[in-house]
Design a protein around this ligand. Structure first.
Ligand SMILES: [Ca+2]
Length: 103
């Protein structure tokens, strides 16, 4: 990876690479994450920001809500909706802190 990337650019690359890390390599369905790989990703990569990642029922519920086209797999767009969902509360928190520091 280019060393000249900004912090933000590096973060974007990490997000994209994380998706492909969990894409099923041997599946006939290309560029999608299976339910079991997605559960693994929640547990391994998001266990501080999401609660209940080890709970199979809660994970399945999350997968269901993200699986917009109901094919039982998570596409890049569907994965991106998860990232948006996680970052939105962080954005509110940052806004709150900024308001507190200026008032
Ligand atoms: Ca899907």
């Amino acid at each position: 990876m280019a060393d000249c990337y900004t912090e933000l650019e590096k973060a974007v690359v990490v997000l994209v690479e994380n998706f492909y890390k969990y894409v099923s390599k041997h599946s006939l369905v290309k560029n999608k994450i299976s339910k079991s790989s997605f559960r693994k990703m929640l547990q391994k990569e998001l266990n501080h920001m999401l609660t209940d990642t080890g709970n199979r029922k809660a994970a399945d519920k999350l997968i269901q809500s993200l699986d917009a086209n109901h094919d039982g797999r998570i596409s890049f767009d569907e994965y991106w909706a998860l990232i948006g969902g996680i970052t939105s509360p962080i954005a509110s928190l940052v806004r709150q802190q900024e308001q507190q520091s200026t008032s």
